[in-house]
Write a protein that binds this ligand. Structure first.
Ligand code: ATP
Ligand code: MG
Length: 425
């Protein structure tokens, strides 16, 4: 019988890899706590209209990447392709945006029907950060400092750089769009197919094109920066001054646009050249119009999303090992002979006394030799050996597996002190 396999582009996360994820999640959520950001959770399914109305009908995501289907009632529902729209929906629904500011984060799977390749999957994971109720630019600088700290504390600071742009007001973008279209229309035939189509639908996205002929044409195209409204220009200048004063390095990239319609003013990406074409690890910007667009009271907002798969790939490429990688437990307790009950009891005693330490009890019997082999294979640092003699005397034998030290037999309480000194950080 043909075995059933996972859906294309949707990954299993195996135990050998989970230390990377736990390290990431722990590091990032800890930083968010230190900045006073609070977690919000919302469903993975939403009404399709939520994404159409927020992300925009003529974006890549809505046009061709969404997992949309009808449920049993015939309602159109969609697996969330990103978190911002859901976050706004949830905040509005529960009155979190009324006359107050919110600094929020969430983490979880997102779904996009893209062509799977390294760093691009159909189910992927993001940590998202959203701030509501603050016009900036101080808070824009805060979340850039926050994202910089995340990458730095993970050890990836040297692997990424920050690109920054201002997308201006809706009006400014409209004027710029007309200028860009007028320019590109002259070269319509030389544009790649995607860009030709976008000329009529979402011309700003042409700036993002990976096609080299199109990129060459863009060299002399009008630049968004020249079309910024005074307010956006001032906001952008102030933001740059705050970043300069706080030691954040960046380059201004006037061609940086975001793939979603709702962004305006500040837009940014943390990019790397270590992951091939999938070089953006963190992306975000200001979306002051979205809350109102979704039916709420006009509320300034800014946020970003970090792709966790890409961070894991970078950690691996940078050979950064999270704690516990390759190790099942720090201590392997071998139980040799008729000592099952005493072994379980000793294990519980050790876990009570050493809560920071991981201990695995050998189950299923077997010879001393075979148990020690398993201890070694588990990558534990210490083997504890409980034989019938030890069980009778209330003692245990300690063998350091990765250091050249003589093995010794100690009382249970001596063993606890010894292990505390050897293993606890
Ligand atoms: P890209 O240009 O790579 O398609 P995007 O602009 O569509 O990215 P966003 O919607 O801004 O991406 O999502 C934020 C982050 O989520 C990206 O920077 C990336 O790290 C991650 N991401 C987006 N799509 C995928 C995917 N299909 N697989 C893995 N990670 C993804
Ligand atoms: Mg994309």
């Amino acid at each position: 019988m043909k075995k059933i396999q996972a859906i294309r582009g949707m990954n299993d996360l195996l135990p050998d890899e989970s230390p990377y994820w736990q390290y990431l999640e722990k590091t990032v959520t800890d930083i968010l706590r230190r900045y006073g950001y609070r977690e919000i959770r919302f469903p993975v399914l939403e009404s399709t209209d939520l994404f159409k109305r927020s992300i925009g009908e003529v974006t890549d995501i809505v046009e061709k990447e969404m997992y949309t289907f009808e449920d049993r009632n015939g309602d159109s529902i969609t697996l969330r392709p990103e978190g911002t729209a859901s976050c706004v929906r949830a905040c509005e629904e529960h009155g979190l945006l009324y006359n107050q500011t919110q600094r929020l984060w969430y983490m979880g799977p997102m779904f996009r029907h893209e062509r799977p390749q390294k760093g691009r999957y159909r189910q992927f994971h993001q940590i998202g950060v959203e701030v509501f109720g603050l016009t900036g630019p101080d808070v824009d600088a805060e979340i850039l400092l926050l994202s910089a700290r995340i990458l730095r504390d993970l050890g990836l600071g040297d692997w990424v750089h920050l690109e920054l742009n201002s997308l201006g007001s809706t009006e400014a973008r409209k004027t710029y769009r007309e200028a860009l279209v007028a320019y590109l229309e002259q070269y319509r035939e030389q544009l790649d197919e995607d860009s030709q189509r976008r000329l009529g639908t979402n011309p700003l996205r042409i700036l993002d094109s990976k096609n080299s002929a199109t990129q060459a044409l863009l060299k002399d195209a009008p630049v968004l920066t020249d079309y910024l409204d005074p307010e956006s220009r001032e906001h952008f200048e102030q933001l740059q001054a705050l970043l300069d004063a706080n030691g954040v390095n960046y380059t201004v990239n006037p061609r940086l646009v975001r793939g979603l319609d709702y962004y305006g003013k500040t837009a940014f990406e943390w990019v790397t050249d270590k992951l091939g074409a999938q070089g953006t690890v963190c992306a975000g910007g200001r979306y002051d119009g979205l809350v109102e667009q979704l039916g709420g009271k006009s509320t300034p907002a800014i946020g970003f999303g970090i792709g966790l798969e890409r961070l894991v790939l970078m950690l691996q490429a940078a050979e950064i090992s999270p704690p516990g990688l390759g190790q099942q437990a720090q201590i392997y307790l071998a139980a040799v002979g008729e000592v099952q009950s005493q072994a379980l009891q000793l294990a519980e005693q050790l876990r009570d006394a050493l809560p920071g330490v991981s201990l695995l009890t050998h189950c299923g019997g077997g010879s001393f030799k075979s148990q020690l082999k398993k201890a070694d294979k588990s990558q534990a640092q210490v083997a504890l050996i409980l034989g019938e003699d030890e069980a009778r005397n209330g003692s245990v034998t300690i063998k350091m597996l990765r250091e050249d030290k003589p093995q010794q037999t100690l009382s249970a309480s001596e063993a606890i002190e010894y292990l505390r000194a050897e293993l606890q950080p």
